[in-house]
Design a protein around this ligand. Structure first.
Ligand SMILES: [Zn+2]
Ligand SMILES: [Zn+2]
Length: 162
């Protein structure tokens, strides 16, 4: 009988010891071993179980999600600027084309400023430059799309894991 009591005490002791080492995850409520939990440096939530950790990141899954959302917004903003610049280049090209054609049809006879030396070369250079810039920024826009798709994919994955 005494042995039994000893055993119960020992068992109880073991269990207490175990519950000391266990911490409850503040997000999903799962019990995690002391050494396996982590604290998110961004939202300071603790303890968090490994499920909320994204490979290679110090922050928790929902913070990484927030960060990626912000990245996405920034990328959208940049994309908007690139598109606006492309419209501007189209406008410049159109303007240069109209001028160039006008010069060829003798517009300079009526407009004094067009009688400047080398004006046709300058207009041609502006037109060519705008086309070159347009192609370059088209490529940049294409890359930007790739980045946006990438972040969107990451966000979709994170949505499941939050
Ligand atoms: Zn958890
Ligand atoms: Zn966090």
């Amino acid at each position: 009988m005494r042995e039994m009591t000893d055993l119960t005490i020992r068992l109880k002791g073991d269990m207490l010891q175990q519950s000391d080492d266990l911490l409850k995850c503040s997000v999903c409520g799962v019990y995690v071993h002391k050494e396996e939990f982590f604290t998110c440096p961004r939202c300071r939530r603790t303890p968090l179980c490994r499920k909320h950790r994204i490979g290679g990141m110090k922050e928790c899954a929902s913070c990484v999600f927030d960060m990626r959302k912000k990245d996405l917004n920034a990328l959208y903003g940049q994309e908007m600027s690139i598109k606006q610049f492309l419209s501007f280049l189209q406008f410049v090209f159109l303007g240069a084309s109209v001028f160039f054609v006008g010069l060829k049809f003798g517009l300079a006879e009526h407009v004094e400023i067009l009688r400047l030396p080398l004006i046709d070369k300058v207009v041609l250079a502006i037109g060519t430059l705008s086309v070159a810039c347009y192609i370059l920024f088209r490529v940049i826009l294409y890359n930007q799309r790739g980045k946006i798709d990438d972040v969107m994919q990451q966000i979709r994955k994170l949505e499941v894991r939050q």
